[in-house]
Design a protein around this ligand. Structure first.
Ligand code: ATP
Ligand code: MG
Length: 244
């Protein structure tokens, strides 16, 4: 049984089929790349899984139980953490407070305050941010905000992490670091990851499999190598690839 099993998932906005009968699975400890050009339905798929959107149709099984239609906090408490494409941290809180809040509200059990602070420190360390409780968000750049987003998701102790990365705005070295970090999180914590991205090059370094979306539909599922040799995938990406 896969950890996550998405079957014939659809999300319509009026006449627009943003996600159209999408099916894929994620195994325990696997990193799956969910890729596709701008507007192909990647974030909408995430929002359906994470409970921000109610799917129009289809089923989402997590650890053998249906989660389609559950609210976002319930999905989080079940063990699915997520990052947002656009980070929106609490600007008036410190770095550590931002992550501790996730630890406190993101788990379906009464974790002690002390445990939440410890989890926040561990999550910050895992993404390579300082754990000093006095550090504010002033002057944090795009790459650091992405790391903070990741730390906030990790602090909820997920078994599946949905990483909506969008590496746009990061330089090549920062992109490679982001890819390596997801690889390390999987290795050290055994967390399965779905990594959404429309820049294909860096993602291919760490994913086990890729699912390619175009206009809300799955056009390919298989190994990164096979994806790069697939005529349909190449066609979809021609002219949209910004990083080889
Ligand atoms: N809340 C919404 N209301 C109406 N249309 C929406 C909504 N959210 C997404 N869409 C539309 O659904 C389609 C898929 O959008 P989505 O954000 O899922 O794409 P994406 O693959 O994440 O793109 P990107 O790579 O730019 O992040 C787009 O046409 C988008 O305009
Ligand atoms: Mg998106």
């Amino acid at each position: 049984m896969p950890l996550l099993d998405v079957r014939a998932l659809s999300k319509r906005f009026g006449a627009l089929r943003a996600v159209n009968e999408v099916s894929f699975g994620v195994e325990e400890g696997e990193i799956l790349g969910l890729i596709g050009p701008n507007g192909s339905g990647k974030s909408t798929t995430f929002n359906c899984i994470a409970g921000l959107y109610t799917p129009s149709d289809g089923s989402i099984m997590f650890e053998g139980a249906e989660i389609a239609g559950l609210t976002a906090n319930r999905v989080c408490h079940r063990g699915i953490g997520r990052t947002f494409q656009i980070p929106r941290p609490f600007r008036n809180l410190t770095l550590l407070e931002n992550v501790a809040l996730s630890a406190f509200f993101g788990q379906d059990r009464s974790a002690t305050r002390q445990a939440c602070w410890a989890q926040a420190e561990e999550s910050l360390a895992l993404v390579g941010l300082p754990t000093d409780g006095r550090i504010t968000l002033d002057g944090l750049g795009a790459a650091a905000l992405k790391k903070l987003e990741l730390a906030r998701a990790l602090a909820t102790q997920p078994r599946l992490l949905l990483a909506d990365e969008s590496l746009n705005g990061l330089d090549h070295r920062e992109m490679e670091q982001a890819a390596d970090m997801l690889g390390r999180i999987r290795r050290e914590k055994g967390i399965a990851i779905i990594w959404v991205e429309h820049i294909m090059g860096v993602l291919m370094r760490v994913v086990d499999r890729v699912v390619v979306l175009d206009h809300g539909e799955v056009i390919f599922a298989g190994t990164p190598k096979a994806a790069q040799e697939n005529a349909r995938v190449i066609e979809v990406y021609l002219g949209t690839e910004t990083d080889a």
